[in-house]
Design a protein around this ligand. Sequence first.
Ligand code: AP5
Length: 221
Amino acid sequence: MALNLVMLGPPGAGKGTQAKTLAAARGIPHISTGEMLREAVAAGTDIGLRAKAVMEKGQLVSDEIIVGVVRERLAKADARGGFLLDGFPRTVPQANGLDAILARFGLTLDRVVAIEVSEETVISRNTGRWVCPKDGTVYQVKTAPPKRAGLCDLDGTPLVQRPDDQEPQIRQRLREYHQKTDPLKDHYRGKGLLLEVDGSQAADQVYASIVSALRSAAGGR
Ligand code: AP5
């Protein structure tokens, strides 16, 4: 059965980690707006050029740009069999934009999974995150370190840190989250779609909690 999901959570909550595994298990596309924007920045597209400075400061890209990016992505055929949106929507106008996009395709959202973690966890996970610039593999110095320090396990490429993973930028991303994204929990709770999961556990336990919450919400199926 097609599953149309949104994953919410503060920076470093583990949205990307969980979304990747869940989307693969369900055979649905994992659509990360952060990843799409980083690809646009790397490719130097018009959207990338407009987004770069905003992202590096830890602020949100405009609703207009991001809703356009998601509209284009959800129009692709692979999204007709379900999708997992990671990091979108992040504002109430984006949630309304998503409703309009889904209505156009005759779709609805099935569930919104919110991953909850403390502020200390956010700082510790993001400052310790290293990424392979070649294949995008994500490491964490404490919880998921590479086998050889500073090098990707898959191809030996030197790992890099995201420009927005310095502490001042992480704190700015948290401020944006509290001001603009947190209200979405009430928005989706009111629609009966919200499932809240404790993200402070180890990644495999968080995954088990998400699967169990989805199963309970579907009446045990
Ligand atoms: P985006 O890339 O979406 O960043 P984010 O929301 O800040 O989320 P992160 O990618 O930092 O964290 P995550 O929750 O995915 O955690 P991860 O699994 O990687 O967006 C970047 C920027 O793009 C935004 O700031 C904004 O400028 C722009 N943007 C994107 N979408 C937008 C939108 N809709 N509107 C406007 N602007 C938008 O995990 C983090 C680390 O912790 C990793 O090292 C991982 O290995 C580790 N880890 C994960 N889970 C666990 C665990 N359970 N235990 C221990 N370690 C763990």
